[in-house]
Write a protein that binds this ligand. Structure first.
Ligand SMILES: [Zn+2]
Length: 438
């Protein structure tokens, strides 16, 4: 039997679409491969724990409950690929929300989440505090940088049986606060650490608030510059990694995407709080097929929902579809999208807790022109019109009073939510039946 193509998924935390797009040239020119670039890809939830269920399990964030943990009714892409004969390896740069604690190691033969401080114990917390303080003094982030992780990946890949197809998931944190790209300039490092501390304090101060003046705030502007410098660093590291993969394993699909965006005052918010706007949900997504598959560039303008990513990847690898996935396999080379993307979060998601089991849903649908939001807590509905700045992304959404559009979108959301409930019940029922059989 012909060996199946390999797959590498690189998820980059909090990477904005607009900033990624301006740096994409660095990658594109050097690696000389065809690719499919999605201009309108959206996450189905905001924040790492609400976005990853759709990326890794093709499941809606609140479908199986309000907890962050992957439920027993869901199947991870790694589990699906392992069942289909793949060697599976996962590397997560110390983000607890996609760590083994929450079940993201499921299906991986090799999994390292770089979480070196164990649990909620006092020695664990003390050791975390001391290491983080020491790192900050030296201008280092409290997660491993991309270079460290990608070196580990290449080492592991050299040990894989050559006859075996592999799936590698890499989650990078360089574009997530604290933004501390490597630098030899001690003064620059000192200023960068100070800016990170000030921005973190602002996040606490503005939690749950929206302020249109934030976009003009000096600390916010400085923080954005620092954030952009991390993208510059990351693109150069990724470029080297992709050239190396091309040399070693040419039959490899590489997917680059983010879990959510990052706000620097747009829509009156900073960071990535549980707010459903383009600034938090619009994400970069690029699929690089193996060089033999396509040489050209395909630009996709239609709306793409991350729920469809895992089913699409199984299809591209010519593997059997996974019935537990909620999304559909899409033809990315001749793509025509749905009319809207559905996303959901809990208002309480911004809390520092590792897991949340209670709270109020905020749901949204985004069409080409509008955004509709419904808040469970207050039963309020909001309608926004998406700015069309001559095709330039500016993340402005203006509130709109239009009863007819509001009613229409309200019905669409209610029907969509009923369908999610139905699909969830079917999966729970099917899973139980199977469990009894064995
Ligand atoms: Zn994230």
């Amino acid at each position: 039997m012909k060996k199946k193509d390999n797959l590498i998924i690189i998820t980059i935390d909090a990477l904005r679409y607009d900033e990624f797009k301006s740096y994409f040239e660095v990658l594109e020119k050097k690696i000389n491969r065809g690719y499919v670039f999605f201009e309108n890809a959206f996450a189905n939830g905001c924040g790492t724990p609400r976005s990853f269920p759709s990326i890794m399990c093709s499941s809606y964030p609140l479908a199986f409950g309000k907890q962050f943990h992957i439920s027993k009714y869901e199947k991870t892409l790694a589990e699906a690929l392992r069942e289909r004969g793949y060697a599976t390896l996962g590397f997560v740069a110390a983000n607890p929300f996609v760590s083994s604690v929450l079940g993201y190691n499921r299906g991986f033969l090799v999994f390292d989440d770089y979480m070196r401080f164990k649990g909620n114990t006092v020695p664990g917390k003390v050791s975390w505090f001391l290491t983080t303080t020491k790192n900050l003094v030296w201008g280092k982030p409290n997660y491993p940088r991309a270079e460290e992780i990608l070196t580990d990946v290449l080492q592991h890949l050299s040990r894989i049986d050559v006859d075996k197809s592999f799936f590698v998931w890499i989650h990078l944190m360089d574009t997530h606060l604290p933004w501390l790209p490597p630098s030899k300039n001690p003064l620059w490092k000192f200023k960068a650490v100070l800016c990170n501390i000030k921005f973190r304090n602002m996040l606490k101060e503005y939690k749950g608030k929206r302020d249109p003046n934030l976009v003009h705030n000096r600390v916010v502007k400085e923080a954005k510059k620092l954030y952009i410098s991390t993208i510059d660093y990351l693109m150069n590291v990724l470029k080297k990694f992709m050239i190396e993969i091309d040399k070693r394993c040419p039959n490899t699909w590489i997917v680059i995407l983010a879990d959510h965006g990052e706000a620097f005052g747009e829509m009156g918010i900073i960071g990535h709080p549980p707010e459903l706007f383009d600034i938090t949900l619009h994400i970069p997504l690029v699929i690089f097929p193996p060089a033999v598959t396509i040489k050209e560039v395909v630009i996709v303008k239609d709306l793409f929902s991350l729920i469809d990513l895992s089913p699409t990847l199984l299809d591209l690898l010519q593997l059997l579809a996974e019935p537990k996935f909620f999304g559909k396999a899409r033809n990315i080379f001749k793509y025509s999208g749905d009319n809207f993307v559905y996303s959901e979060v809990l208002e309480e998601d911004g809390s520092d807790k590792i897991d949340i089991s209670d709270g109020h849903a905020v749901v949204s649908i985004r069409t080409n022109n509008y955004r509709y939001i419904w808040r469970e807590k207050t039963r309020e509905e909001e309608l926004y019109v998406i700015s069309n700045n001559n095709g330039v992304v500016d993340y402005k959404e203006e509130k709109l009073e239009n009863e007819e559009v509001l009613r229409r979108m309200s019905k669409v959301v209610a029907k969509f939510r009923r369908n999610i409930v139905k699909s969830t019940i079917i999966r729970k029922f099917t899973y139980r039946k199977k469990e009894r059989k064995y």
